[in-house]
Ligand binder design. Structure first.
Ligand code: PHE
Length: 341
């Protein structure tokens, strides 16, 4: 028996580990539960009772020796690793090789719009992207089976026609009006979804910022002044603005707002289709039915609302001619917006 132990001691003291694999080999052989030492301990029961004490001490000594050696081998490996690393030359004159991300143009425009409206007291609200029919349509005065629902091609959930991906963030306005008391000055930015064929000019998802203002005595003049202010802040003080009558079920009267083409300054170019004007948003006085649907007295309160697509505004601002670029994550495109960061 003592021969076996002496042989083991010799083997342990001669062990080396130049690689992680060799170290692991050592660990398996001498340290792990299934190691030779484990076997020696298991043999204890075959030793005559009067010899057991001496046997136990001898095996424990080997165990200690094995563990100390293991620590030595680990330390040896670590220092040789560190040695090889520190011997690699470091050129301190090289510029740092970090490729930082940039602000996405849509994030930039979103932040700008929010900032401009926050200056005049608007706050920001959030709502779910998966909506029910009531918040996306019915409360917004879209009559059931009315063709106005077709204005926005909708993704419905097959098993439940009451649930859809929101087609606009007007749904958030309903949620805010339902749950809080007027007055309101609120923006609702977010992602919206429409079942459209993907092309340079349309996508099945895009981003909107909608906003609404409800208080006593709010009139069309407030709507116009607010949106004038916004257009000039975003596109420059020399921007001209015009309103064209339009139709939305939830506003009456409704208007679309154009700005003088910021690219050709109104002279005519292919962005504005040589008209000198580009449309940037829809707006109108909130239909009294919508206020009543949210439990707000439409005799006491009036309001206006507006909504715009962030992609479209960013297209005009940065002259992007294909909507798909925004969501393809091509760094050649994204790197062009480095100056915004
Ligand atoms: N919700 C409309 C849309 O998505 C935009 C809009 C909002 C128009 C508010 C008028 C008033 O097209």
């Amino acid at each position: 028996m003592s021969e076996k132990i002496n042989a083991l001691k010799a083997e342990i003291s001669a062990a080396t580990a130049k690689t992680q694999e060799e170290l692991e080999g050592y660990r398996l052989k001498f340290i792990s539960r299934k190691s030779v030492l484990g076997e020696l301990f298991a043999d204890m029961k075959n030793v005559a009772p009067e010899d057991r004490k001496a046997y136990g001490q001898a095996v424990n000594e080997v165990k200690q020796q094995a563990e100390e050696k293991f620590k030595e081998l680990i330390a040896g490996l670590e220092s040789s690793d560190a040695g090889s690393k520190s011997s690699a030359p470091i050129d301190l004159t090289l510029p740092p090789n970090v490729n930082l991300g940039t602000v996405h143009p849509l994030t930039y425009i979103h932040n700008r719009i929010v900032e401009i409206f926050q200056k005049i007291g608007f706050n920001v609200a959030d709502g779910p992207e998966i909506e029910d029919d009531f918040h996306n349509f019915t409360a917004l005065n879209f009559p059931e089976n009315h063709p106005a629902r077709e204005m926005q091609d909708t993704f419905f959930i097959e098993s439940n026609p009451d649930i859809a991906l929101r087609t606009h963030t007007s749904s958030v306005q309903i949620r805010v009006m339902e749950n809080q008391k007027p007055p309101f000055r609120t923006l609702a930015p977010g992602r919206v979804f429409r079942n459209e064929a993907i092309s340079a000019r349309a996508h099945c998802f895009f981003h909107q910022v909608e906003g609404f203002f409800v208080d006593k005595n709010v009139g069309l003049v407030d709507l116009k002044q607010t949106l004038y202010y916004f257009a000039k802040e975003l596109f420059g003080q020399d921007t001209k603005v015009r309103f064209r009558p339009s139709y939305f079920p939830f506003t009456e009267p409704s208007a679309e707002m154009d700005i003088s083409c910021n690219i050709c300054k109104g002279k005519g170019c292919n962005i504005c289709k040589y008209s000198g004007w580009v449309e940037i948003l829809g707006s109108g006085m909130i239909d009294p039915n919508v206020l009543e649907n949210c439990g707000i007295d439409s005799e006491e309160y009036t309001g206006f609302a507006f909504g715009m697509g962030i992609e479209r505004i960013a297209m005009l601002k940065f002259q992007v001619n294909d909507l798909r670029l925004y969501s393809e994550n091509d760094v050649r495109f994204l790197n062009q917006f480095k100056h915004l960061s």
